[in-house]
Design a binder for this molecule. Structure first.
Ligand code: ATP
Ligand code: ZN
Length: 286
């Protein structure tokens, strides 16, 4: 029987869409007919299991799944023996402590003696212990942000991205417990055939992630500006320079990092570049 790598994804929630997009960007096709809980890819030996995110570290640790996509916050909370293999760059958020806006807050000591509601009791208790704070933890599994307004707790420790949910519940963020993003996790002791499949999958994931951080750039410039422009564009090895049909002009092709993109464009224009085109890169293998 063909060996399949089993990948656990969140069934439905904030991780689901981006997880599926990542696998598809890796060129792996699968069709999740009528929301089945498992399905097999047609062009890669991969089986996908759809689970609650909270269960993914446990299923990976127990070998039900070989790898999974889940938030680092859940991995850290569950404390199961899994390895973080790749940081995936989506579902960025932070686990934060928030108090009602009307509560004065001058620092950690103000948390002393409070009742704090959270779905992350392990991470919160570590944080409180490390900071020498005694507070009581009230574990609830959802809708944590309403706990103070219904008199269930004095503060919350919950996931935040923009902070608008806290704001609309009359809360203010006062401490960051942990920063998180989606990660690919795996169990350490995969049999060799599965380890080889995982290597192939990670190679593709790395190519997709790398490509997301870069853009392909094409521009025209007079030949006397080329040396200066090439200095501005390190490229993968070095930029490609091709003569244009119009004499005295060349076309330059290269890649630029998303992070310093606008600065590079400004400098290129100042150096004499014209007709600058910037296009997304689908995969990047270096
Ligand atoms: P499930 O039904 O699978 O248990 P859930 O309600 O626990 O779903 P989601 O709300 O879908 O989970 O969040 C999944 C993950 O998305 C979180 O563990 C976290 O890593 C990430 N995330 C990113 N931004 C936020 C945010 N603003 N609030 C909550 N989670 C966020
Ligand atoms: Zn969950």
């Amino acid at each position: 029987m063909e060996t399949l790598l089993r990948l656990a994804l969140q069934k439905s929630g904030r991780l689901s869409e981006a997880s599926v997009q990542l696998i598809e960007a890796c060129g792996i096709h699968f069709n999740r007919a009528n929301h089945r809980l498992r399905c097999q890819a047609d062009n890669f030996p991969l089986e996908i299991l759809y689970l609650r995110d909270d269960d993914i570290p446990g299923y990976v640790a127990d070998g039900v799944a070989d790898v999974g996509v889940v938030g680092e916050n859940v991995v850290a909370e569950k404390r199961r023996p899994v390895e973080v293999l790749e940081r995936l760059g989506f579902a960025r958020c932070r686990l934060a402590i928030a108090v009602p806006r009307s509560t004065p807050y001058d620092g950690l000591a103000d948390l002393e003696g409070l009742h704090i509601a959270t779905s992350y009791p392990n991470l919160l208790s570590d944080f409180l212990r490390e900071n020498g704070i005694e507070a009581s933890i009230h574990e609830i599994s959802g809708s944590v942000e309403i706990a103070p307004s219904i008199g269930l707790a004095d503060a919350v420790c919950d996931l935040v991205s923009s902070g608008s949910t806290l704001l609309s519940n009359g809360l203010k963020e006062v401490e960051t417990v942990m920063r998180s993003e989606a990660v690919l996790i795996g169990r350490p002791d995969l049999p060799p055939e599965k380890a080889a499949l995982l290597d192939a999958l990670r190679f593709r994931i790395q190519a997709v992630l790398k490509a997301q951080n870069f853009k392909y750039i094409l521009l025209n410039a007079p030949n006397e500006a080329i040396d200066r422009i090439v200095e501005l564009l390190p490229g993968m090895k070095s930029p490609t320079v091709l003569p244009l049909a119009e004499s005295g002009w060349s076309s330059v092709h290269s890649v630029v990092n998303e992070n310093d993109f606008w600065e590079v464009i400004e400098n290129l224009r100042a150096a004499g570049a014209q007709g600058i085109l910037v296009v997304p890169i689908e995969k990047m293998i270096v």
